[in-house]
Write a protein that binds this ligand. Structure first.
Ligand code: PAF
Length: 274
């Protein structure tokens, strides 16, 4: 496995590769990331993983400064799974001070309503990375469901010659979705954190039993989280296809939530097919 830090070096290494499969990450890799890399392995002859903590997708008061940077350990975990790690310095992706940005759909909805500019930052860096790597397929986790949607729409609307594939969310035994941010949780918060998954699983069950009053369902779940000390950004029932608010009777739904435990913001979602 090679580690490459320049875009031109990476392009030279990938020249002639017949099928590049790509997993973009911000590093601090856990089992969920490695699942995505295994999907990439099945889809391409050359697997590229990028590791770049993208400043453009963090708000002023967010955790860009403390986001865990663990390149050496990450490379150890990728040995035998990936062919190339692309780990550029910030100057390689943002060489000029005024960055052209992509304005993606739904940028002010769901997480976008609470993280202004976040999805512009995500869409912009993903477009840059796709332009540099030029993969046949790029794999994103469903844990960041809105991100996967935004990237898919961007790829379709900008005619990018890449397939955007989604990988299932990896979970701890108690249901908590794996995330690099879980390590910010105290021991007590980590125990409580599984309640976010349990809340969504309860909503999924209620929907399967035929509930169609989605606002009432959202409100009850948000209140239950709030009563346990969570600061809820949103709990939402949406269509899988376009993340719009569903008409009653829609069959392919997704329940999504974002809430804070102490200083840590957690997100999760579950698809529901009725
Ligand atoms: O999901 C992530 O880790 C990031 O948002 C991504 C897609 C690597 C862009 O920085």
């Amino acid at each position: 496995m090679e580690t490459i830090s320049s875009a031109t070096g990476l392009r030279a290494r990938l020249r002639g590769e017949p099928a590049v499969a790509f997993v973009p990450t911000m590093g601090n890799l856990h089992a969920g990331h490695l699942d995505l890399v295994r999907i990439a392995r099945q889809r391409g002859t050359c697997v590229v993983v990028s590791i770049f903590v993208n400043p453009l997708q963090f708000g002023a008061n967010e955790d860009f400064g403390k986001y865990p940077r663990t390149l050496q350990e990450d490379c150890g975990k990728l040995e035998g799974l990936a062919d190339v790690v692309f780990a550029p310095p910030e100057s390689e992706l943002y060489p000029q001070p005024q960055q052209v940005t992509v304005v993606p759909p739904l940028e002010n909805d769901l997480c976008g309503a609470f993280r202004p500019g976040h999805f512009r930052g995500v869409a912009t860096v993903v477009l840059k990375l796709l332009n540099i790597v030029q993969p046949q397929v790029a794999v994103f986790g469903k844990k960041d469901y809105q991100q996967l949607y935004v990237v898919r729409r961007m790829a379709a609307q900008l005619n990018l010659p890449v397939e955007i594939a989604g990988g299932e969310t990896a979970r701890a035994p108690d249901g908590l979705a794996l995330s690099s941010r879980n390590q910010y949780l105290s021991a007590a918060e980590r125990t409580e954190a599984a309640y976010l998954y349990q809340t969504l699983a309860g909503m999924r069950q209620t929907l399967r039993e035929g509930a169609t009053d989605y606002p009432a369902l959202e409100q009850r779940a948000a209140q239950a989280l709030g009563a346990r000390g969570w600061q809820v950004d949103y709990v939402a029932v949406r269509n899988q296809a376009d993340l719009a608010q569903p008409e009653s009777g829609e069959r392919n739904l997704v329940v999504l939530a974002a809430a804070r435990l102490g200083q840590t913001r957690l997100i999760d979602n579950l698809e529901v097919c009725i």
